[in-house]
Write a protein that binds this ligand. Structure first.
Ligand code: NDP
Length: 346
């Protein structure tokens, strides 16, 4: 069985969802009540892949909401409790979705393997970052040319280049896609220099230097809401792949030449009878989902029970090949620029 560990996008959404599910006592509670609410297994689902493989899964809501991010101990407890519940329910492989993987990594939860009487078995969990990185790269490879961007002659900026997803994206773009020039953007210099030496190339740049020169920008950093960008300084066309969570690029850019694509999102080939993606603001919640969630499904489809994506900077090209092939085989496709993609396949 696969599992998806997630959370609502805001406290308000969480309360609405709790009300819909009949958990009225929690729905009416304030943030303090929610801080002590235990995780809930809210949904079971059966899924059949494009090659006829049937699997079952479950969605666990960690009862974490982004408003709790500043409450360090609460955030940590929420993620660990959700992982404990997944393990106790016998779920073989669970993806840590949304902020839960960020909390796991940034708050160093590897040190907390014991949750009450349960010893967490790390092999049962994946961050889903390998599939996310592969999907983002494919989104660039498919949609860049639709806008007339020839990637072999293009300059691509990766914002968040030294992160787990960003470094995998850079590896792929340098070695597989073969983009002409790569701008590496992050705040800390040392990891950037290490990455550049691993890639044998790439230019370390600030955001202000990188953006006006880029034909495409991959955003894989959680950026501050206050970030201001002058759209007029950007190239036209410019493809922006918004791989961060939460997605907030759309409000920062306007202008006919700038095309923003929600990154790290996949679509299954048929409807799945679940309601769990309704609050994730997907256009087609019955089919679309975060690529990290889909990774748990793919590992289950492939009987691959291991913490496939784990830790930082461990994503290899071979792992991306494996998960990418599984993704296509079992019926997932990447989210693409609607009108351009439809015109191209018509
Ligand atoms: P990491 O924490 O590993 O990496 C974050 C990267 O962003 C680092 O390179 C960091 O470097 C950089 N960064 C952070 N703040 C800034 C800033 N203000 N300006 C420039 N660079 C910055 O994160 P992940 O790779 O795990 O995840 C990246 C994003 O992808 C997250 O927003 C996450 O939510 C999203 N995600 C999406 C998924 C999906 O399914 N669609 C799945 C999983 C994650 P430095 O600190 O040196 O600046």
């Amino acid at each position: 069985m696969f599992g998806l560990i997630g959370h609502s996008t805001s406290f308000e959404d969480a309360r609405r969802k709790a009300h819909d599910l009949g958990y009225d006592h929690i729905a009416k509670g304030d943030l303090d009540v929610w801080c002590s609410a235990p995780p809930q297994l809210v949904e079971h689902v059966e899924v059949e892949s494009a090659v006829g493989k049937k699997i079952t899964g479950a969605y666990i809501d960690s009862c974490f909401v982004p408003e709790m991010l500043s409450r360090f101990k609460t955030a940590r407890r929420k993620v660990l409790n959700a992982m404990e519940l997944a393990q106790k329910k016998g779920i073989d492989i669970s993806a840590l979705g949304g902020f839960t993987s960020i909390i796991f990594e940034n708050f160093n939860l590897l040190q907390h393997q014991h949750v009450r009487s349960t010893m967490l078995d790390w092999k049962r969990f994946t961050t889903g970052n390998t599939h996310t990185a592969w999907v983002i790269c494919r989104q660039l490879e498919i949609n860049g040319p639709l806008l007339g961007i020839d990637l072999a002659n293009a300059r691509v900026a990766v914002v968040g280049a030294t992160g787990d997803i960003g470094s995998a994206v850079c590896r792929w773009l340098a070695n597989r896609t073969g983009v002409k020039e790569l701008s590496l953007v992050a705040r800390q210099k040392e990891p950037l220099m290490k990455l550049r030496s691993e890639l044998h190339g790439g230019e370390i740049e600030s955001l202000e230097e990188a953006l006006p020169k880029a034909d495409a920008v991959v955003w894989v950093a959680s950026l501050p809401k206050t970030l201001e960008i002058d759209s007029k300084s950007l190239k036209s066309p410019c493809l922006m792949i918004d791989g961060g969570y939460p997605k907030n690029l759309g409000v920062k850019f306007s202008g006919s030449g700038v095309h923003i694509l929600n990154g790290g999102i996949v679509e299954f080939f048929k409807d799945i009878g679940w309601s769990m993606m309704e609050l994730a603001e997907m256009d087609k919640p019955q089919r679309q989902m975060f690529a990290c969630f889909a990774e748990a499904m793919l590992l289950e489809f492939e009987d691959c029970y291991t913490n496939f994506s784990w830790g930082r900077n461990n994503i290899t090209l071979e792992k991306m090949d494996f998960i990418g092939e599984a993704s296509v085989k079992h019926g997932f496709s990447t989210l693409n620029l609607k009108e351009h993609y439809q015109a191209a396949i018509a």
